[in-house]
Design a protein around this ligand. Structure first.
Ligand code: GTQ
Length: 361
């Protein structure tokens, strides 16, 4: 069969009405009762020539989402809610708790004095801090203060609790691999016996041991090989690295100046399932169109500009979050110096050997 016939409308072309009726009778009365179905009627749907993209580009503007979060802050406590989060629900997936086809996104608020109690789950999570005067997340027996632009991870099955001992709200963006775990039906979760986990190490311990281009001589790996033992990548360091990078080499036409958050144990992504990186796009510059099989959840640390996905132009400013769908041409324009955070399911796709990208000239 010609490969081109694998795409297009369901069913197979060319059969006359009699034949079609005969086949339908066979499907309904013989196959269906035996829990079988004819592949040839659906092959074009199942094995498509190009990805069938379902997510829509969308931007959640900080000016709108922050007041909505603060309203939630009055209606429900962090303890009641367990996690007081407004889900970033893609308009293409109403009621499905998904921001992209494979990732969950949310905006989480912890008010002064509140604690989001300790729990763990097989879903991995990352946080990208949008507003903070110094709230914290505890992971694996260590607390880390979270400042704006910091990237924090809670790998699969690690206990985590969040708290805020400052006098100002803390807000961050959550990205979790929830839809993937749902697909695998491999979700487990449990509460910690205590509201907060026991702190066993001083703040900064993980960063000192694993985050300075050195590693412990005894080879210890708190989360095994798969996930990074560094659980806070401070924005101050990331930003300085990106600025220094830009001083040393011209911008890549598609990536501008981009560095990825890495697991120092194996050079892979910080979280094995959720890839994450940050782009520095200097004022007045832009990137050329590209697309990839991973859909992106993004958040703006600094700057204003435009993100284009397909025919959709999204004007962004500081602390906005937005989605750029999989296999959809995307590009950026910077009106100011922009530092943009990205996350995607690329970690999983790469290990499956299916990740692809295309770059336009
Ligand atoms: O902070 O543990 O947005 O468990 C969704 C589920 C955050 C969290 C979310 C969670 C968390």
């Amino acid at each position: 069969m010609d490969q081109a016939q694998h795409s297009g409308a369901p069913g197979i072309a060319g059969a006359d009405a009699d034949t079609r009726a005969q086949r339908q009778e066979y499907y309904d009365s013989k196959l269906a009762p035996n829990s079988m179905a004819p592949l040839w009627e659906v092959l074009g749907e199942v094995v498509t020539q190009q990805p069938r993209v379902t997510a829509k580009p969308f931007i959640w503007h900080w000016e709108k989402s922050r007041p909505l979060l603060m309203e939630a802050g009055k209606l429900v406590t962090a303890e009641e809610a367990e996690r007081r989060v407004l889900v970033l629900e893609n308009p293409a997936y109403v009621g499905q708790t998904r921001a992209t086809n494979t990732l969950y996104g949310g905006l989480q608020l912890v008010m002064p004095g509140e604690i989001a109690p300790a729990h763990r789950h097989t879903q991995s999570a990352l946080r990208f801090v949008l507003e903070s005067k110094g709230g914290y997340t505890a992971v694996g027996g260590e607390k880390s203060t979270m400042m704006p632009g910091d990237f924090v991870i809670t790998p699969s099955w690690s206990f985590h609790d969040h708290g805020n001992t400052t006098d100002a709200p803390i807000i961050w963006m959550d990205v979790l691999d929830v839809p993937m775990l749902t697909f695998f039906e491999a979700g487990f979760a449990e509460h910690h016996n205590d509201k907060t986990q026991t702190i066993a190490r001083p703040e900064g311990d993980a960063l000192a041991r694993f985050g300075t281009t050195m590693l412990p001589i005894d080879g210890s790996r708190p989360y095994g090989e798969l996930n990074s033992p560094v659980f806070n990548y401070p924005f101050a360091r990331t930003r300085a690295a990106l600025v220094a990078t830009a001083a040393g080499a011209p911008a890549d036409p598609h990536w501008a100046h981009t560095l990825r958050y890495v697991n120092p144990n194996n050079g892979g992504w910080a979280i094995s399932t959720i890839a994450s990186w940050m782009m520095f796009l200097p004022k007045g510059s832009s990137t050329r169109p590209m697309r990839s099989t991973d859909g992106l959840i993004c958040a703006v640390a600094e700057g204003r500009g435009v993100a284009v996905a397909g025919d959709t132009r999204m004007e962004f400013g500081p602390r906005d979050s937005f989605v750029l769908p999989n296999w959809t041409w995307r590009r950026f324009e910077a009106k100011e110096d922009c530092f943009i955070f990205f996350s995607s399911d690329r970690g999983v796709q790469e290990r499956m050997g299916i990740w692809r990208e295309e770059r336009a000239a």
